[in-house]
Design a protein. Sequence first.
Lengths: 231, 269, 236
Amino acid sequence: MELLTHSEMIALGLSFKVSLVGVLCSLPVAIGCAWLLARTRFFGKPFFEGLLLLPLILPPVVTGYILLIVFGHHGAIGRFLDAAGLSIAFRWTGAALAAAVMAFPLLVVALRNGFESVDRKLEHAAATLGAGPWRIFFGITLPLSLRGLVAGLALAFARAFGEFGATITFVSSIPGETRTLPIALYELISTPGGEDGALRLTLVAVVVALVAGSVAALMLLRGGARQEVEA
Amino acid sequence: MRRIGRWFGSVVAAACLVASVAAGAAPPTIFAAASLQPALDQLAREGILGSPAPRLVYAASSALARQVEDGAPAALFISADERWMDDAAAHHAVVEPSRVDLLGNALVLIAPAGSDTHVDLRHGAAPLLKALGEDGRLAIALPDSVPSGIYAKQALTKLGLWSTVVPRLAMSRDVRAALNLVVLGQCPLAIVYRSGAMSEPRVRVLATFPPASHQPIVYPAAIVVGHDGPLERSLLLALESPRARKVFRRWGFDAPPALHQLRRQTVRK
Amino acid sequence: MIELDLAVQRGEFSLELSLASPARALALFGHSGCGKTTTLLAIAGLLRPQHGRIALDGHVLHDSRAGIDLPPPRRALGVVFQDARLFPHRSVRDNLCYGMPRRDASDAFDDVVQLLDLPALLKRKPGQLSGGQVRRVAIGRALLRQPRALLLDEPLANLHREARSEVLEHLGRLKREFALTTILVSHQFDEVAALADSVARLEDGRLAALEGVDAFRSAGLVPAAAPLVPHPLPTR
């Protein structure tokens, strides 16, 4: 007896691909935003923070709709992508973008907390030793906030993996291309008699979430304990 | 004389009590398939559904059926297909004798209003594929769960187009989303209800699927178990009234197919 | 030549200092809150004075009138902080080499390591070092920057007796081996007496006196105002 049918396996694989690509590609942007929030002051900073949290607050369908009109065909950015042959409408790359956008706030918040937990005095010391901002960031800030970074990645991955509303609104459900595990799950729940399949997929989703959550917790807890010992 | 007076007084009091209870009670809730929204909203606005107007909740028939089965406080349930009403009945969530086939609809192929595509469904897959172009997609609702998607799959299969068209599909959460993809210019074609197409000026109907190519599109309505009362029954009757029919027709719904009308009459008895 | 002319306002505290000293090793002496660490931070570029001019051996680090304000990386200073601030995730060797202008200046590296008795510690992490060892590594790190001046912020603070004499001895060696302009911030008499050539006494953000170390020594402990117990680490 196999755990998942062929089409369910495809959906599972697609979910992994979409979530990993989405989160990893958004990581540099998230790092930049988190650093700005943690280490700089500028005019309009609260507004910027609010903007970054928007995907967390807006209904996912609304976020998906915004993605559709911006990145879809004839969209503000979509038209350039289409012209360059890099269209993401109805493609797994579009699903990756939707997942990345929905997971972005979690990633930024976790990274920001990680950066803020790094003692600025160490960064000052590095500056007096001749290090410029980039060297300080990559040599001091980032390595010391690595636990927070990994925890953030785990949480963001879990969120991206479970993303449904924005994805189906933006890139619809296309088997093998955009039909991720949550969408397949939704389809099964919506079909009378599909409850058994839905349960199987739910178990898979729960396992993924547990693993991601445990990694995050491990990183955050162990990091905290170690700091106490050193002090 | 005094006894009559006292009797009369208590009747008046009872009537007042009933009236005040009725006035203080919340208006009934109707769970209706999403495609019925413009029509039902108009019916409520025009007072055809009584006063105060019932609360109208729209969603996919599948979601509504499951909620009704879980005991959601709806008085009436109107589904966009029989399958979900059957499912609710199987879970003893609706009052079977109250079930009526309220409306019929048709399935159409649409394109953006400004386009000049032409598709003749009788000439095989070629015109359809040509209209889709190189990488365009045909938007339909999920074909295994959403009624309009189920009908679309049936029709495409009956016309021998399904296997050719299946890799070119973009499947949406509901029929409204599929319609919107055409409105927004994201998809060149979509399969939706005639009612939806008629209420959206930004799309035009290219072709109507022959009624024989799919199961009859029937919108059954029924009273939800636990809410069977005179108010709810009169609400159901109001939905079937000639005034209501007129409004429904304006929005692209017609009377249910004759076969179903016959069934309705026998059940009623 | 050490030229300091600065005014700093931090909340309710105000510092106004103006001095010029040809001394090789200048000490800023006073008890907590007198402005000595503030002065050090301003010299290092970690704190911007309201206005002023800071120059060391002719190199202008800050001049508000001329619009000069070098950022810390470009001031070529070696700063030894009161809390050492070694990078906890790097080895002692990596910490030492962090500020070295050229990675292949291995002669300088060996010299400093020998001078501060660090060879046995190179592979360890800062978390595995004692208080005195941490201080020595911090000093070595600042030295290996090959700075034009060394800034020491309370180098012997919060060390127990053995560590104090250990670090003090090494600082003495340093003074003899390297002719490096040094600014030392301290509230402890013996440190200042052992290491400084000239002493600037600060009181409540003002310069109370500028004297040679001999005069400072004969004056003995600063009367009345000096506390007899070590101060807690000042909070910044």
